[in-house]
Design a protein around this ligand. Structure first.
Ligand SMILES: O=C(O)C(=O)C[C@]1(C(=O)O)C=C[C@@H](O)C=C1
Length: 372
């Protein structure tokens, strides 16, 4: 039987997410003490899958999960996601009343998600972090003191605690997105998302803009962009990009090729079925002239910016000519032939596109001090 590791002990939200992901499949659920151990178990092959909390509707990203994916989990891929509504309850030993509570224990994320509620209803009560919500419930059950834990109903049941206050999270729509990792990729299909990790040269103006343009130009919707420190030096970042679609789709393959060319580092962390989220239709049709014109303006600016990059590349090519003629008709013919085929694939008039290049190429030759 397959096994999935999660942040334990039994009774955590992670356990609930793991069993939601398993669904009807027979699956052993293995509680571990930390997310580092979860990643290690998947990488080492002692379990098939691992569950990592990735982001919360109120608190945002879980830095540790993103850092593990970026810097540690070299041999794993993201294979799935689970979005779970998170209900936090205040748990205490039977007989302990609200007024007597002197300390509230829980995982740092759970305490953060209940911050306002606890400050309002339990002013002055000490908040103490534990490794998980279920671990907090266990500690509360074992002490003789009037402590309480923020945790799940299952943790209350497992440790013989009562629910002192229901739904103590600040947000009504408190939800966490978990990622499932494994050593091999999943099947890909319609409704999939893909997570990509990229680094761009932050010193070049517009480098992130141009990289994201690879997706925008092809109507690929990005559902999330998150930056994290690159851990090289202050001011350098890596970006996690979630997109709708998966490699193998021509548009996505083209966009990813463009992203690779524009980034200093690019790694596909995995493709997986989106949980519940409805797919945004590709290429949404803009509904009024003003919006369409705004999009045309953005596209034109991109074309000019790309031409400037193209000119710079031609100038650099010129430096390698070493006295040879600048103009290379064979290379020019090759370029035009490739673009002719691309134009046809894109449904454009191939003569128009090659005609544009017949105008441009002499200019690029001139930039190199041609005609050579
Ligand atoms: O590839 C080269 O050798 C270049 O100099 C670049 C370039 C170009 O702009 O693409 C410019 C002039 C040559 O005739 C062919 C190509």
């Amino acid at each position: 039987m397959e096994t999935i590791a999660y942040l334990g002990p039994e009774g955590t939200h992670s356990e609930e997410a793991a069993s939601r992901w398993a669904g009807d499949r027979p699956m052993l659920l293995r509680p571990l003490r930390s997310l580092v151990e979860v990643v290690g178990a998947v990488e080492g092959g002692s379990v098939d899958w691992g569950l990592l909390p990735a982001e919360n509707s109120g608190e945002g990203s879980l830095g540790l999960t993103l850092d593990l994916l970026a810097h540690q989990a070299d041999r794993v891929q993201i294979c799935g996601e689970v979005v779970l509504r998170i209900r936090h309850h205040l748990l205490a030993r039977p007989g302990v009343s609200r007024e007597r509570v002197t300390r509230i224990i829980s995982h740092s994320q759970a305490l953060a998600q209940c911050r306002e509620h606890l400050a309002r209803d339990f002013p002055g009560v000490e908040l103490v972090e534990s490794t998980s919500t279920a671990e907090a419930a266990r500690a509360v059950a074992q002490t003789g003191r009037p402590w309480a834990a923020v945790g799940t109903r299952k943790a209350a049941r497992l440790h013989g605690l009562s629910v002192l206050a229901e739904d103590v999270a600040d947000l009504k729509e408190n939800a966490t997105r978990f990622l499932v990792i494994g050593r091999r990729g999943c099947r890909t299909g319609p409704g999939d998302k893909t997570t990509v990790l990229v680094a761009v040269d932050g010193r070049r103006p517009g480098s992130l803009y141009r990289l994201l343009g690879e997706f925008a130009r092809r109507g690929i919707n990005l559902t999330r962009i998150e930056s994290r420190p690159a851990k090289t030096r202050l001011g350098e970042y890596i970006f996690f990009i979630d997109l709708e679609g998966h490699p193998g789709e021509p548009e996505v393959d083209e966009a990813l090729a463009g992203v690779r060319a524009r980034s200093s580092f690019c790694k596909i962390l995995g493709s997986y079925p989106a949980d519940g989220a409805s797919q945004t239709p590709r290429d949404p049709v803009s509904s009024d002239l003003e919006t369409i014109r705004a999009e045309i303006d953005v596209t034109d600016s991109q074309i000019v910016a790309l031409l400037a990059e193209r000119a710079e590349l031609a100038r650099r090519a010129g430096k390698f000519k070493d006295g040879r003629p600048v103009r290379d008709p064979e290379r020019e013919a090759e370029i035009k032939e490739r673009l002719r085929a691309l134009a046809v694939r894109k449904g454009l008039d191939a003569d128009i596109v090659t005609g544009v290049y017949e105008l441009l190429l002499p200019y690029f030759v001139e930039l190199q001090g041609g005609p050579g």
